[in-house]
Design a protein around this ligand. Structure first.
Ligand SMILES: O=C(O)CCC(=O)C(=O)O
Length: 257
């Protein structure tokens, strides 16, 4: 292993997050942009599509999340691509399964939506919590557009209590999140193509997009080690708590987040 990658691993294991600059090059990024543009146009044509979340259902420009994008053949190949899984495996120091899912997270301009403080494992319910998210910047993520913030070392301090956040797509937030927590958060800015990786129990959040003309999109891929399992009881409890809110927001009969 090169000294670069062993430093990246050490930083991830100590802090619970790390940035890998230029993980995708321009050619790779251009293919992603092209495929996503097609997928987004196709999504706008679908009525009541339960895996697409709009900030305002009347405004196509307000699309803020797309789930299950691996249903597209190109993104499906990412699930098993060793480029992504070998990074995940190196950081977790364990063999990983193929990616669980790929999601597209956007902060469209003019909507001012924050990503509330949370730990992903509240949603995943993995035991042991050997999982991570590779969050790949597709635009500039900075203080104006709403970059991610992480509390260093928080992945080693266990799960904090969560409650409903009333934020579609990030339905849960930490109950006892304090100003002191906010102050210890480190803002991580990223350029298109940079990968920002965080552990499933790292406390993180993102500010709102304060701009009127820039999107802040990212691809997020979740990997878990082959030894970790979902605690089904915890998972069902979380799903039941979130379901009424999500159904109401999406006006759907049955959904899963
Ligand atoms: O993109 C964002 O604002 C948040 C992403 C996030 O919370 C995650 O990938 O776990």
């Amino acid at each position: 292993m090169s000294s670069d990658i062993s430093q990246i691993r050490q930083s991830f294991q100590e802090n619970g997050y790390v940035i890998v600059p230029s993980f995708l090059d321009n050619d790779e990024l251009n293919i992603v942009y092209e495929r996503l543009t097609k997928l987004i146009l196709a999504t706008h044509k679908k009525q009541n599509y339960e895996h697409a979340f709009y900030a305002d259902k009347q405004d196509k420009n307000s699309l803020k999340q797309l789930h299950r994008i691996e249903e597209d053949d190109f993104f499906k190949s990412y699930l098993t691509s060793s480029k992504w899984s070998s990074l995940a495996s190196t950081l977790l120091d364990e063999r990983v399964n193929s990616a669980l899912a790929i999601e597209w997270f956007n902060k469209p301009p003019n909507y001012f939506h924050e990503t509330p403080p949370h730990q992903d494992n509240f949603y995943f319910c993995f035991e042991p919590p050997q999982a991570l998210t590779i969050w790949l910047a597709l635009d500039h993520a900075d203080h104006q557009t709403g970059c991610l913030h992480f509390i260093p070392g928080s992945h080693l301090q266990g799960m904090r209590p969560h409650r409903l956040s009333n934020n579609l797509g990030f339905s849960q937030t930490i109950v006892d999140f304090t100003e002191e927590d906010q102050g210890t958060g480190v803002a991580v800015t990223a350029n298109p193509g940079d990968a920002v990786i965080h552990h499933a129990e790292t406390v993180h959040w993102a500010g709102s997009n304060q701009t009127t003309d820039r999107h802040r999109a990212a691809l997020a891929m979740v990997f878990k080690s082959s030894t970790c399992r979902r605690n089904q009881q915890r998972f069902e409890t979380y799903q039941q708590s979130a379901k009424p809110f999500i159904q109401q927001e999406l006006c759907l009969e049955e959904v899963s987040e």
